[in-house]
Design a protein around this ligand. Structure first.
Ligand code: ADP
Length: 328
């Protein structure tokens, strides 16, 4: 009902009376008043005058289902959204929902993560309302060996979502998105299953959207940034978030039906920041240098080592660094 009142207020730029809302939606005026108060509590600014009625003045900068509704065009990804003001980690919370049988496409979003996670137990900085901190529950009927491809599909979705808003992002294989040589997004894919069966996959996407320099701890300022800092304009988080989900669903469905994810891999390859560069690769305790040749159909990075031999890298097992620093 709250959504219907909101839609009605949005349709009418001018004041609408409580009576008109109550007639149109078939609820009492007391109920209208209660729902309007609910909307105000969620951050909507609504003018209310005795004889004139109500007028929507300002929408909040939050990532609730209600706020995203306007932009989402998906069938199942993001059709159920659990929105939190603050939780330790969206991946952790999504795993809880997954074990409670949340259907594929269930999304967890938090305005702030108090213990956001990166790969290998690293920390992910997620300040309040400055970014998109979300995780998607997936239930692909695929071999566990194909799960790393989902990271590539998410990376490709980030590229498309950026393009839709006029930004040209790049992929630092396997799980970082780069804008103007800075890391603006990280992807964390976690799977639960058996040797040959996937129960569920939790896909975490953290995007630095509207942070300023002060929002980053000093040790991150050189390698990380936000879209706002790079583009010089404030970004509509709701639109960007919906664009990511929209693009992801299309590429993911293509992957599920074709089993290849050809388009996603092609996008990652075209926008790769590593192909053609010399990089350091860390695999367990060993570090070696190699030249990046290609991204293959499986989403593996093909590198040529110093001794002239080739190796294909699987995303779960390695970290890559530039010759001198994070990128180059
Ligand atoms: P990498 O892919 O760089 O090996 P991860 O994907 O595991 O690393 O991400 C975690 C790392 O990213 C952290 O150790 C930190 O250096 C960096 N980091 C943490 N928070 C952010 C952020 N909000 N934006 C960009 N980088 C971050």
């Amino acid at each position: 009902m709250k959504n219907k009142i909101l839609a009605y207020l949005q349709e009418n730029q001018e004041f609408v009376s409580g009576e008109a809302i109550s007639n149109r939606l078939g609820i009492s005026r007391a109920a209208v008043w209660k729902h309007i108060n609910g909307l105000k509590e969620s951050g909507y600014v609504i003018d209310a005058y005795p004889r004139k009625g109500y007028r929507l003045k300002e929408k909040p900068d939050i990532l609730t289902a209600q706020a995203l509704e306007e932009y989402i065009t998906t069938k199942r990804i993001g059709r159920i959204i659990y929105h939190y003001e603050a939780i330790p980690s969206t991946n952790h919370q999504a795993k809880i929902h997954a074990t409670e049988d949340a259907p594929e496409g269930t999304v967890v979003i938090s305005e702030v993560q108090t213990a956001g996670k990166g790969r290998l137990g690293r920390k992910w900085e997620s300040p309040s309302r400055k970014g998109i901190w979300m995780s998607i529950v997936l239930r692909p009927k695929i071999e566990p060996a194909l799960v790393p491809k989902i990271t590539q599909i998410a990376a490709a979705a980030m590229i498309l979502a950026g393009q839709a808003m006029g930004f040209s992002f790049k992929v630092k294989w396997p799980n970082d998105i780069i804008y103007n040589e800075k890391k603006i997004c990280g992807i964390l894919t976690e799977m639960s299953g058996e040797m040959n069966r996937v129960y569920d996959v939790v896909l975490g996407i953290g995007v630095n959207v509207n942070q300023t320099l002060e929002d980053f701890p000093e040790d991150l300022r050189e390698k990380a940034s936000s879209i706002y800092m790079e583009a010089g304009l404030k970004i509509n988080r709701q639109k960007l978030c919906a664009n990511i989900l929209n693009a992801f669903e299309r590429l993911y469905d293509d992957f599920l039906t074709e089993g290849v994810g050809e388009e996603a891999i092609a996008i990652c390859k075209e926008h790769s920041i590593l192909i053609g560069k010399r990089i350091f690769i860390t695999k367990g305790d060993t570090v070696f240098m190699a030249h990046v040749e290609d991204l293959n159909e499986q989403g593996e990075l093909i590198v040529k080592k110093e001794d002239g031999t080739f190796e294909s890298l699987i995303s779960g097992e390695v970290s890559v660094r530039g010759e001198k620093g994070y990128l180059i």
